[in-house]
Design a protein around this ligand. Structure first.
Ligand code: HEM
Length: 462
């Protein structure tokens, strides 16, 4: 008998309807249905289309996961205090320990304030400029460069002056964060004692991060830093070494993890869409002219003089493109865990300890709200109602980094497009003819499968 027939015969991959009318997907004991591990996007698409209202549930390891759909259930998902975001993501990312997001990421929340962003920009822009200084003509790895920009910013905002201009340490932290986040898979919690390569990577990355972060902490204890640094807040709170390391890693991940991958998609779409690329280019050139920026070696210094409010109110097409990229390439699901008493959603009860997932496809690929949902059409994000766009979350945990992410995306676009003519090419130097392949991940923005490069030429100085 074929293995798949056997699985069906043993009812390990079958569905039934529970008493509350919700589709229940069975799976292997102690693991659950394999689809959630192998291809969560396909798994979600398959089962939400098979259920009448998009709801289904399944056991993942020993936990019950409810996938809910529809506006009413999303209201409860985003507005119920006992639905913890902190412990919601641990299961799907395979995090050891209960709280994936330590409470200390609250230190990042003030970054939503525009006056604070104003203070930060002069610290961030010189590093962005250094990373975008490619020379006169050539080919650079677009995915590496773009991904590193938000991560480097995350390191600076978390560790501030303690890491300062030490580029080797910043690069080492970024490298170890990649190593660590590459192990964020739901499979990591299945037989965690079983020796595997990813566990070695996780431990090795953890050690590398521990070494640099504890050195930065020691330095910070003797030398006060600036009030918005996460590290300074932790030192003021007298956080232990372990808590400091966890909190710093969590804050770099919160800042850079999904932003890094999303900015790659933003440039892929701009490369594939000449209309929007020329819109962005013409906005960048007018912006530069309006601010009297001269094409010189110190463009970064000149950009530092522009206020955060000014960045936020200008270059509108980049906001729209970023939001549209977030709609198209968002994660498969947002997650919560019920840490309080039973909560009713519709006819269903979410018991204490159960997980609740909201599918982003259910909102972002809804044909009524977003006609031709697979097309890149940033115009549709103009005046988009927040009920129909969850790219930056909502309710009790909206993303505090939304303004910062938009401003940084604009600064990066200004630095790249004002300095260079760029085209995206594959490893053989050929232009892309279609979007690269993407396999969406459960709680992480996926990267394109292919290697991508910028072929660039410096624009002549007028
Ligand atoms: C394009 C870039 C970004 C995207 C698409 C994004 C998206 C999101 C989303 C969807 C959520 C809500 C998750 C949920 O409800 O489960 C969230 C929360 C969060 N984001 Fe972002 N984010 C981005 C950049 C940033 C940046 C730059 C920061 C740094 C300040 C940041 C810090 C956070 C934090 C701390 C939370 C948790 C908020 C809380 O606990 O209430 N994000 N983000």
């Amino acid at each position: 008998m074929h293995i798949f027939q056997l699985i069906k015969f043993m009812k390990l991959y079958a569905s039934s309807i529970d008493t509350d009318g919700v589709l229940n997907i069975s799976g292997f004991p102690l693991i659950g249905p394999l689809g959630i591990y192998l291809n969560p996007h396909k798994f979600f698409k398959k089962w939400s289309s098979k259920s009448s209202d998009g709801w289904f549930r399944f056991k993942m390891q020993k936990h019950l996961v409810h996938v809910v759909a529809g506006e009413e259930s999303r209201k409860i998902f985003f507005g119920t205090r006992d639905f913890s975001m902190q412990s919601g993501y641990g299961l799907g990312l395979g995090i050891w320990g209960d709280n994936f997001v330590p409470a200390s990421v609250n230190h990042l929340k003030p970054l939503a304030r525009i006056d604070l962003i104003d203070e930060l920009l002069p610290l961030i822009i010189p590093d962005l400029e250094r990373r975008l200084d490619w020379g006169v003509k050539g080919k650079v790895n677009a995915v590496h460069i773009l991904r590193e920009l938000p991560m480097a910013m995350g390191v600076k905002l978390s560790l501030g002056d303690s890491i300062g201009g030490n580029h080797a340490d910043i690069d080492s932290i970024i490298h170890n964060i990649y190593r660590l986040t590459n192990t964020f898979r739901p499979t990591a919690k299945i037989m965690p004692w079983f020796p595997r390569l990813s566990s070695i990577h996780r431990i090795w990355a953890g050690y590398g991060l521990y070494r640099i972060i504890t050195a930065a902490r020691t330095k910070r204890i003797t030398q006060a830093g600036t009030h918005f640094e996460v590290l300074q807040n932790l030192v003021d709170d007298k956080a232990s070494v372990g808590d400091c390391v966890n909190a710093i890693v969590a804050s770099i991940v919160a800042i850079g993890h999904n932003f890094s991958n999303l900015i790659v998609w933003l440039y892929i779409h701009l490369d594939q869409d000449p209309v929007w690329k020329s819109k962005v280019l013409s906005e960048v050139h007018s912006f530069i002219q309006d601010h009297g920026i001269a094409r010189s070696s110190n463009i970064g210094e000149q950009l530092c003089k522009i206020t955060a409010t000014d960045w936020l109110g200008s270059l509108r097409s980049i906001d729209l493109c970023l939001e549209e990229a977030a709609r198209l390439h968002g994660v498969v699901a947002l997650a919560r865990r019920n840490i309080g008493g039973p909560v009713g959603i519709g006819d269903s009860i979410i018991d204490t300890g159960d997980y609740v997932f909201v599918s982003l496809d259910d909102v972002h690929f809804n044909k009524h709200t977003y006609p031709e949902p697979s097309d890149f059409d940033p115009k549709r994000m103009e005046g988009s109602s927040t009920a129909n766009f969850l790219g930056f979350g909502k309710g009790l945990h909206p993303c505090p980094g939304q303004k910062l992410a938009k401003i940084i995306s604009k600064i990066v676009a200004t630095l790249i497009f004002y300095k260079y003519e760029v085209k995206m090419v594959d490893k053989r130097g050929k232009r892309l003819h279609k979007l690269p392949v993407e396999t969406k991940l459960l709680h992480t923005v996926a990267l394109p499968k292919d290697k991508l490069f910028f072929s660039f030429q410096k624009r002549p100085t007028p």
